[in-house]
Write a protein that binds this ligand. Structure first.
Ligand code: KPL
Length: 287
């Protein structure tokens, strides 16, 4: 079962439906039909099952971070509390909360798969823009065999996925990237690539410097290339993207500001670090 019918939820549903019975639940209930365009240009029309029947083997929650608890709530009556969850959210807000709350295994994923929902009247509900890599693990590192089974199931449907024992590190590394790119692009309404302009250089340097200190305080290992090179590399590789936060802003939706900048500012408080650039950015970022 996949809860959350945004671009990623639809992408995973479309891939998994080739080998599994998938129930995809959106805001207004189950999604029964989906047309999607694969990254190689292949086009497919898919039909999904209903929510009746046997309990799901796993529930993937692909909503925005702030919607995770509300999305799970109506399911708690219908699925055993031992059902594994797979969370695929930006930031580091929903993951530790669900890890503490849910009795069953809580797996977390971070992905570089890129998908988007084209504006109507497109014939596609979702377009797989670029293939990427999905990492799966749990915060306590005690469900590695389950993570490996889930990763294998994804690989069998064409999604490159790997189980890992260090998902917390990977989620925080992704957080470092999102904490720079998403708020700046949403604040200034620019594509990711605009951040390569010299005008952003010193602001990005201050943000990355504070993030590096926070990561060190949280024992998150720096990437081999260093934090700045990591962020610049992603800006370069996604230069033509509208960040998810900019998309939310343009669509008048709530943004994931608190899930992305919140954990960093909480860490700053824990470690008595001031983080002025991040603090300023929080106030400038649309909620
Ligand atoms: O993850 C992203 C997002 O937009 O949320 C990046 C990596 C910044 C790509 O746009």
């Amino acid at each position: 079962m996949i809860v959350g019918a945004g671009a990623l939820g639809r992408l995973f549903a479309a891939r998994l439906a080739s080998r599994h019975t998938v129930t995809l639940i959106g805001r207004s209930g189950p999604v029964h039909r989906l047309s999607w365009q694969g990254s190689g240009g292949a086009y497919q029309q898919l039909e999904f099952g209903t929510t009746d029947g046997a309990p799901p083997d796993i529930v993937m929650i692909a909503t925005k971070s702030y919607d995770v608890l509300a999305a799970l709530e109506p399911l708690t009556e219908r699925i055993p509390a031992t059902t594994p969850l797979l969370l695929i959210q930006n930031g580091f807000h929903a993951q530790p909360r669900l890890h503490d709350l849910w009795p069953g295994p809580v797996l977390c994923a971070t992905t570089t798969e890129a998908a988007y929902r084209p504006a109507p009247p497109s014939e596609f509900d979702v377009v797989h823009a670029a293939t990427g890599h999905t990492w799966i693990g749990d915060l306590a590192g005690c469900h590695l065999p389950l993570s490996a089974r889930v990763a294998d199931a994804l690989v069998a449907t064409g999604i490159t996925a790997t189980a890992c024992a260090d998902i917390r590190q990977r989620l925080w590394q992704k957080l470092a990237i999102n904490a720079v790119i998403n708020p700046l692009t949403a604040r200034d309404r620019v594509l990711n690539g605009a951040l390569l302009a010299p005008a952003y250089d010193s602001e990005i340097a201050s943000l990355v410097g504070e993030i590096a200190d926070l990561m060190a305080a949280e024992s998150i290992a720096p990437p081999e290339s260093g934090w700045r090179a990591l962020v610049d590399g992603v800006i370069d590789a996604t230069a033509n993207n509208r960040s998810s936060m900019l998309q939310d802003r343009l669509a008048g939706r709530r943004t994931e500001r608190d899930a992305i900048l919140g954990p960093l500012l909480d860490a700053a408080k824990r470690h008595h670090l001031k983080a002025p650039a991040l603090r300023t950015l929080l106030h400038q970022t649309p909620d």
